[in-house]
Write a protein of this length. Structure first.
Length: 94
């Protein structure tokens, strides 16, 4: 199993945990994140590699407040340019 597969599995597990802690259904999170329920389910199972935009949308939908509140493993796995792009998205008023 490569790094990207491990990252997808861990990201999915974290999204599921945060969603469940907030009492959100898959459908509710999908609606808030402007994604399909199918995409959220695939992401949570680790069979969908979330894009930077996807992570931003999910963070906003989970009321995480943006890049600074993403779980550390996600921030650490991002390149400097990806972190800068995410910070720029935060500045545009989500």
């Amino acid at each position: 199993m490569g790094e990207s597969e491990v990252f997808a599995l861990v990201t999915g597990a974290v999204v599921r945990l945060l969603r469940q802690r907030r009492g959100f259904t898959v459908e509710y999170l999908a609606r808030r994140a402007r994604m399909t329920p199918s995409t959220i389910r695939r992401l949570e199972r680790g069979i969908y590699e979330a894009s930077l935009y996807d992570l931003h949308q999910i963070a906003a939908a989970l009321d995480l407040g943006g890049a600074g509140d993403l779980p550390a493993f996600i921030r650490d796995a991002m390149s400097r340019s990806e972190r800068a792009a995410l910070a720029a998205m935060d500045g545009k008023g989500r």
